[in-house]
Design a protein. Structure first.
Length: 340
């Protein structure tokens, strides 16, 4: 049983963590950032607690019954650690702080309202052990309705092959084919790949994009067809303000746009960090440029190319001005976004 208080921890850590030695080999840590998830939190824990070696719950100062459930499981199970924060620091920083506590070879983070099927972790761990060049193993993903019935299955087929490419830039670029399957973040990761990314991810819209692309630069994503992550959509009617409040926490008193440009900038930073550590062939340099242009098109973000950066800056500026005018001139738009 563990209880801990954790405050004033830095949000980011140095990239030297990439070379960190995880001293608990072949074991798995489950990270659960949580805020006011009383309704389904017990189901989540019951589905996962016996599949992993260590559970760390980061409670963002919940005001419902979440704390009681977390402490109950920490009392009952020796490998469950419950941490309650003094304030709501937001989901992104909560996860970053939890990541700094991981000492096992594998790590997984899940939503506190989601569930894992039986043998989910074991299936993915066996796949990672069989593929030493993989950074992540993932299964299928289906929506779990509020009444517990399983509905729509999400399809990763459009990116599955590309994520097995030997070239890191083609792997990362495959993520942008069609609709981006951000549910890949609920796969099982090697801690050496995921922890530096968790720890450096800023509290911005699009955190999941950053994790997936940065991890693809580090290794392949391998698919397990015989297991399925069960994800609940418990915030279907969130407006922009609601969404950003969950990510940023109590600091989101000012208007914060659901703008993914900041995520694009951080993805570009990860690309350049990876690029600077490699001896690239001419073909890889070409693939690297293609990846940067795909990121620029997706996020309207600068990539270090004078012509394209100027063009995308003007495009992004026009979008921001258009949105500002809508807020000022169309009261109904601001109300829809939650800022009226």
């Amino acid at each position: 049983m563990f209880f801990a208080a954790q405050t004033n921890h830095p949000l980011t850590v140095s990239l030297v963590m990439i070379d960190r030695c995880f001293d608990t080999v072949s074991k798995t840590t489950l990270l659960i950032p949580v805020f006011n998830e009383e309704q389904f939190f017990r189901h989540c824990l019951e589905s996962a607690v016996n599949q992993v070696d260590h559970v760390i719950i980061g409670d963002n100062a919940s005001t419902d019954g979440t704390e009681a459930i977390g402490r109950e499981f920490a009392d009952k199970y020796q490998h469950v650690q419950y941490i309650r924060r003094d304030t709501n620091v937001g989901a992104a920083e909560n996860l970053a702080r939890l990541a700094q506590m991981v000492k096992t070879e594998f790590v997984i983070q899940i939503g506190a309202h989601d569930e894992l099927p039986e043998n989910y972790i074991a299936t993915l761990k066996n796949l990672l052990n069989a593929n030493p060049d993989a950074a992540c193993a993932y299964g299928n993903c289906s929506w779990l309705e509020l009444d517990g019935t399983i509905s729509q299955a999400l399809d990763f087929a459009s990116v599955r092959t590309g994520m097995l490419d030997d070239d890191p830039y083609r792997r990362a670029a495959s993520f942008f084919y069609g609709k981006q399957p951000c549910d890949l973040i609920f796969g099982l990761f090697r801690s050496s790949s995921a922890i530096p990314i968790f720890a450096e991810t800023k509290p911005i819209a699009g955190c999941d994009h950053i994790l997936v692309v940065a991890a693809l630069l580090d290794g392949k994503f391998v698919y397990a067809p015989d297991t399925t992550y069960l994800r609940r959509m418990v915030h279907p009617n969130d407006n922009d303000k609601d969404y950003m409040t969950r990510i940023v926490g109590e600091r989101s008193s000012q208007r914060m746009s659901r703008d993914y440009m900041a995520a694009g900038k951080q993805i570009v930073e990860w690309c350049w960090k990876h690029h600077d550590r490699q001896n690239l062939s001419s073909a890889q340099k070409k693939d690297f440029r293609k990846l940067l242009f795909q990121i620029a098109l997706k996020f309207d973000t600068p990539i270090g190319h004078p012509f394209w950066d100027s063009a995308f800056f003007l495009r992004g500026l026009w979008r921001k001005l258009s949105k500002l005018l809508k807020y000022k001139l169309l009261p109904g738009y601001a109300k829809k976004k939650g800022y009226a």
